[in-house]
Design a protein around this ligand. Structure first.
Ligand code: KDG
Ligand code: MG
Length: 404
């Protein structure tokens, strides 16, 4: 007999940081969870789900996952973009969770079963200066991690993406307005080769180093940077130009063989298509939550597979433990997987979202709980109500706004 959806609730809370969670319940009493967090725009996606999607789900068959995706995407007419796609992504994750629970199987089994024994992750090392960064890298090595993102302070800049005085870096700051910081490409570009050179000297050739330029350079600056760090053998250089001008990456590609990763702000396969088909990138970074869930992300990775591109999904703290679970289940069952970002969470976040997935020795395991294997401690979540929080904005020294 066919089950049907009886409720779709949206829960917004701020255990350490804001998260938007969708909870779908069926007439048979099966509960599925989805993450719909869009950092700094949480209430828009909560409203999209509550006001426009939840009423459409009532009485529908939760096992019609692909049909529900197509209905919500094509049926909206106004489509694509992070808010719509995160909302659809949350529904999709919750429906896969329900299917897994109904079948008594973890989602990776429904996706074709394991293709790897463990999913490598990369973590974040950072320091204001080179000695502090080297210390941070050494700590990550002690935990058995072999893929490490390295970000450092830049002399002349007082705030820098990816670096914090606090051991737990969190770029979104609580408050009614975004904070502002300054960035100058020249200062950054002259500093990075020194930083990467020092880290490479310390770790030797076998450790995979990554770096995130965070969308700030012009095409020629990006090409110069990629060339200047080539000798340090990065696993990837991320977001070296803003994502809108995709042709910009051709210049970078032609200038160097530093592997390129981009796509954490992409939301559909059509955002990724040009870069993948033209082989302008090595890794596609779409997050499961922001790219329409498991169903749509699989299509992106299948397109990538045909063009020698691998998946390297976004996994900062604003991707909740539910969406991270979805990513790990996909990673376990997708052949062309490069590495999963894993920034980690505060203890409180682990308590709010108890999970079957686990991280140790530089790898992630999906666990064998049915579905996605994540629960929600609603009482604890609601003890921490939503608080406005924004990512910073950036300006050059002349006062003009720059991509953050
Ligand atoms: O919400 C924005 C952050 O998730 C982003 O700045 C983190 O670039 C990021 C990364 O690669 O983790
Ligand atoms: Mg990034």
């Amino acid at each position: 007999m066919t089950d049907r959806i009886v409720s779709a609730e949206v829960l917004v809370g701020s255990p350490t940081r804001n998260y938007v969670t969708l909870r779908i319940t069926t007439a048979d009493g099966i509960v599925g969870l989805g993450d719909a967090t869009v950092n700094g725009r949480e209430l828009s996606v909560a409203s999209y789900l509550r006001d426009h999607i939840a009423p459409l789900l009532i009485d529908t068959d939760p096992s019609r996952i692909e049909d529900t995706w197509q209905y919500l995407y094509r049926g909206a007419y106004w489509r694509r973009g992070p808010i719509t796609m995160a909302a659809i992504g949350a529904v999709d994750m919750a429906l896969w969770d329900i299917l897994g629970k109904r079948a008594g199987l973890p989602v990776y089994q429904l996706l074709g079963g394991r293709v790897r024994d463990a999913v490598p992750y990369y973590s974040h090392a950072f320091g204001w200066d080179i000695p502090a960064l080297l210390e941070s890298v050494a700590e990550h090595r002690e935990r058995g991690e072999t893929y490490i993102r390295v970000q450092s302070g830049v002399p002349g800049l007082d705030k820098v993406y990816g670096v914090s005085k606090d051991p737990n870096y969190e770029p979104a700051g609580r408050g009614a307005r975004p904070s502002e910081e300054h960035f100058e490409p020249g200062l950054y570009m002259r500093n990075l080769p020194k930083v990467l050179g020092a880290v490479r000297d310390m770790v030797g050739p076998d450790i995979h180093l990554l770096h995130d330029a965070h969308h700030r350079l012009t095409p020629t600056q990006a090409a110069r940077l990629a060339k200047s760090v080539e000798e340090f053998d990065l696993f990837w250089l991320e977001d070296v130009t803003p994502a809108e001008d995709q042709e910009a990456l051709r210049l970078v590609r032609n200038a160097s063989v530093t592997p390129l990763a981009i796509g954490e702000v992409f939301n559909t396969i059509w955002d990724c298509q040009y870069l993948i088909e033209n082989r302008l990138i090595d890794y596609i970074r779409t997050a499961i939550v922001h790219a329409g869930g498991i169903s749509h992300s699989r299509k992106i990775y299948a397109l990538a597979e045909a063009h020698g591109v691998k998946a390297g999904p976004h996994g900062p703290s604003d991707v909740s433990p539910i969406a991270l679970a979805a990513s790990i289940h996909l990673a376990a069952s997708t052949h062309n997987w490069g590495v999963q970002e894993y920034m980690g969470y505060s203890e409180l976040v682990h308590e709010v979202f108890p999970h079957a997935w686990s991280a140790s020795d530089g790898t992630l395991q999906p666990g064998d709980a049915p579905g996605l294997g994540v629960e929600l401690n609603e009482e604890l979540l609601l003890q921490h109500p939503y608080e406005p929080a924004y990512l910073p904005t950036a300006r050059r020294f002349d006062g003009s706004v720059l991509d953050w």
